[in-house]
Design a protein around this ligand. Structure first.
Ligand code: ATP
Ligand code: MG
Length: 362
């Protein structure tokens, strides 16, 4: 048997501490069923408790401590009663994203059986696409400032920065992903009619890379009409690639169209695998329901599926996704679904049900 993959497990705060163990339970079931090994090490940093004890979110040597792992399995960070959100976020997740050069943020949108979606008349299978967001530059540069402050002429500006390396590497990831999918379709989101320097540059790089991927069908939308089409024609999309700001918006809109935030996963990826990639649910620490054992663990469990894909255990990843779908399809009468899905099951009951379905799949 090849060496075990090593996973750094960071539960964080609030419901992160409740859903992460369910993700691990399902990972164990997948490893058992498909015959591979995973070695975990759990860390208590990136949490409000750690901050209370030490006055920082991360230990000074976090980079060296984590860099050798194959992946980071993350719950949620944030407990605003103890530490302000901008401090906890900048002090932990954004450090990982930057330090480990996780320049791709990847999120699926997929209609799941039994989950009520605002997309009227759509059925599972019709909607299944990925949003690939540039995660390091673009509109979220901190270059800018104010002049003539306090006067009538007060003026503020902030620059968008795109580099050829930064644009090409996220496009490369998106083209590669599209080329591996059955529909081989790539949609690029820009706004070249309004933003006349950076967005046309992005379009130019898309056109240049498209030459290298003749098998991929490429189209391009302006962001305004694209958001409308996410709702009106979600079946048009397969892989959607966008700059940092546009990708941020699209990657929240996608899961919202799919019905609930409690089941949506996301990944921050370093495609070259020089550093570990990080897998975390879209939802936060949910202080309003934390400690009650009713959080939906599916977002975290879907993260486990994405992490298995990333580690090369594709069959196991597909089995975890199939198990999620199978349990959701049984509905709240037949399966222990959590209250957000209309049931009265607990976090642990739902996790165990999915783990059992995975165990039977190998
Ligand atoms: P962030 O930390 O990203 O800022 P947030 O604080 O805006 O997130 P969440 O913590 O995700 O928001 O919570 C938003 C709402 O969704 C809350 O009412 C919360 O209870 C609910 N929610 C979030 N995750 C889950 C889940 N896994 N299961 C059930 N409900 C959830
Ligand atoms: Mg929050």
């Amino acid at each position: 048997m090849p060496d075990a993959n090593t996973i750094a497990v960071i539960p964080g705060d609030g419901i992160g501490k409740e859903v992460v163990p369910e993700g691990v339970r399902v990972l164990d079931a997948a490893a058992g069923a498909f015959g591979f090994e995973l070695a975990y090490r759990e860390f208590d940093f990136a949490s409000a408790d750690y901050w209370t004890r030490t006055g920082t979110m991360l230990p000074g040597d976090w980079f060296e401590t984590l860099r050798g792992f194959d992946a980071i399995f993350f719950g949620a960070v944030g407990w605003p009663q103890v530490v302000p959100d901008h401090v906890s976020l900048w002090g932990s997740l954004l450090q990982f994203r930057r330090g480990f050069d996780q320049y791709v943020n990847l999120r699926p949108t997929r209609l799941m059986p039994g989950v009520a979606s605002p997309l009227a008349g759509r059925s599972p299978g019709e909607v299944d696409f990925w949003v690939v967001r540039e995660n390091t530059e673009g509109e979220y540069s901190s270059i800018g400032g104010r002049i003539f402050e306090g006067t009538e002429r007060e003026t503020v500006m902030q620059e968008t920065v795109m580099t050829r390396v930064g644009v090409d590497r996220v496009l490369r990831f998106a083209f590669e992903l599209a080329a591996r999918r059955p529909r081989r379709k790539l949609t690029s989101a820009t706004k070249s009619n309004g933003i006349s320097v950076t967005m046309p540059y992005w379009d130019e790089r898309v056109a240049a890379m498209a030459q290298q991927y003749p098998q991929v069908d490429v189209d391009q939308f302006h962001i305004d009409i694209l958001t409308a089409n996410f709702v009106l024609h979600p079946d048009w999309f397969d892989v959607v690639v966008a700059s940092n700001l546009f990708g941020d918006i699209l990657s929240d809109l996608g899961p919202a169209c799919a019905g609930t935030i409690g089941i949506a996963p996301s990944a921050n990826i370093n495609p070259e695998r020089r550093f570990p990639s990080l897998f975390e649910p879209v939802h936060g620490s949910a202080p309003d329901i934390a400690g009650r054992g009713i959080a939906n663990p599916i977002g975290q469990i879907w993260c486990a599926a994405m992490m298995l894909d990333h580690l090369g255990h594709d069959a196991a990843g597909a089995a975890v996704l199939a198990a999620i779908e199978q349990v959701l399809a049984r509905g709240p009468e037949q399966a222990p679904l959590t209250p957000d899905l209309g049931g009265s099951g607990t976090t642990a009951e739902l996790g165990a049900e999915i783990a059992e379905a995975v165990a039977g799949a190998g």
